[in-house]
Write a protein that binds this ligand. Structure first.
Ligand SMILES: [Fe+2]
Length: 462
């Protein structure tokens, strides 16, 4: 049985196709429409999905339950907008939904059925599903849940908006800002957790506060709550985190458990998660490179040559990453050594100056360079203290940590060979790795996107 999983009309539409245990394909709508975090589907992604000839369609949440919650929350515009119903919306693409699974069930299943182990506690934390905001599972059995309005994710998003960033998108910047601030507002923010209306934002909360302090405060509240939940309810050695909050790599790194997080734990990942939620079958997880394929050998020699001459190079090769992080196939790579490289990459990325870039490093070398909270971090989900921050200032944050990607041959053979060759030539086992995208646009998807990027920034893309 070939099943198509769909997520749309939320904040990052996605589709996935699974055949039995095998994940055939999974992709984000934004990469095809070129609209960042696109909530709508488009014919390009739909045609690619339908080329796999799925036998049935599963949707990642229960729309009528969601409407009921919107009604109770006073969001009448959304509640009465029937165009918002996925069954109606998908008609234009000739897609008929056969099954619906609940939002948190999809999150749980995306984590549990892709995990390398089968006995674990699963903690799902996000802004909001239909009603649920936190759920706790013993393997695939739900044991506890918390519901709207109590929501760590909604609170974090509301604070992200208060800080002046985009909610549901830029929470990772809030997390990065936290290192610069003091948690002076934690108590007040903790009280906000009991607020009825965090979905409407928190207005002008603490109007004279330094935004770095606000970020530090909301991060502290989230970390404390996460640690409390894990200590109290998760008694197994192994833990699976899912839901958008599982992208908080700083908080994840505080937990003393063996942890699995699917590389796309937010709602877009539920386009995949909803499928095993329905079939209850473990998936044969081979990694995150599940999207559009740019054919050709991984261009190791070309990349090295470009790094040696210009220190910076774009890579658009192989299947695209399913998830928010570029992990070697749609990456902008740079030599991480020295003081000037951060400015050079930032001239392209135009990010806030205080944000560092991430290192990709061979797994066999990671413990020599970083204090790791986990054995590996193949999807940049954990942070570790860098042992040589002065040598690699571009990839070290203000607090001395780095958001690390460890690389093995099994993860990505081409990228592994690149890092190995780079190390042999230079003695440096890592590269700076950031996503290959034009500012404000989604990651490059196909060859043409790569060519447009290369022209715009005068950077070679191979
Ligand atoms: Fe969610």
């Amino acid at each position: 049985m070939r099943i198509l999983g769909v997520n749309c009309l939320n904040h990052d539409a996605a589709m996935a196709v699974v055949d039995g245990k095998e994940i055939l394909w999974a992709a984000h709508a934004e990469r095809y429409s070129k609209i960042k975090n696109d909530q709508f589907l488009n014919w390009n992604i739909v045609n690619e999905a339908l080329s796999y000839s799925p036998d049935m369609v599963v949707y990642y949440e229960k729309p009528w339950l969601k409407k009921l919650r919107q009604l109770r929350a006073g969001q009448y515009g959304y509640a009465f907008d029937m165009g918002e119903l996925p069954s109606r919306y998908l008609k234009q693409f000739g897609i008929k939904i056969d099954e619906y699974v609940s939002h948190h069930h999809s999150h749980m299943a995306g984590g549990y059925y892709t995990a390398p182990f089968k006995d674990a506690d699963i903690l799902t934390i996000d802004a909001i599903g239909e009603f649920e905001t936190i759920t706790l599972w013993n393997n695939e059995k739900k044991v506890k849940s918390w519901s709207y309005p109590y929501s760590l994710g909604l609170l974090y998003s509301a604070m992200t908006k208060r800080i002046g960033l985009k909610p549901n998108e830029e929470e990772y910047i809030t997390m990065g800002m936290a290192a610069y601030g003091k948690p002076l507002y934690s108590e007040a923010i903790r009280r906000l957790l009991l607020n009825e209306n965090n979905h409407k934002g928190i207005g002008d909360f603490a109007p004279h506060a330094d935004i770095m302090d606000l970020a530090a405060s909301v991060q502290e509240v989230y970390e404390e709550e996460l640690e409390r939940l894990v200590r109290r309810y998760c008694k197994k050695d192994k833990l699976i985190l899912s839901g958008g909050c599982a992208l908080n790599c700083v908080a994840n790194s505080l937990l003393e458990k063996e942890i699995w997080i699917m590389p796309n734990p937010g709602d877009s990942g539920s386009a995949l998660g909803c499928i095993p939620a329905f079939t209850r079958q473990h998936l044969d997880w081979k990694g995150t490179f599940l999207g559009y394929n740019i054919e050709g050998e991984y261009p190791v020699d070309e990349i090295i040559k470009e790094l040696e001459t210009n220190k910076i190079v774009g890579v658009a090769n192989g299947r695209a990453e399913f998830g928010p992080r570029a992990l070697g196939n749609r990456s902008l790579l740079a030599d991480p050594r020295g003081d000037d490289i951060k400015d050079k990459v930032n001239a392209i990325k135009k990010r806030q100056k205080f944000r560092p870039f991430a290192p990709a490093i061979l797994l066999e070398d990671v413990h020599d360079y970083f204090d790791m909270p986990q054995e590996a971090s193949p999807y940049m989900q954990f942070v570790g203290k860098c042992k040589y921050p002065k040598e690699f200032p571009a990839i070290v944050h203000y607090d001395g940590t780095s958001r690390i990607q460890t690389v093995t041959k099994e993860d990505n053979e081409g990228f592994y060979n690149l890092l190995k060759t780079w190390k042999e030539k230079t003695g440096c086992p890592m590269l700076l790795n950031t996503s290959l995208n034009i500012k404000g646009k989604p990651m490059v998807n196909d060859k043409t996107d790569g060519e447009i990027f290369a022209r715009k920034y005068s950077v070679k893309v191979v």
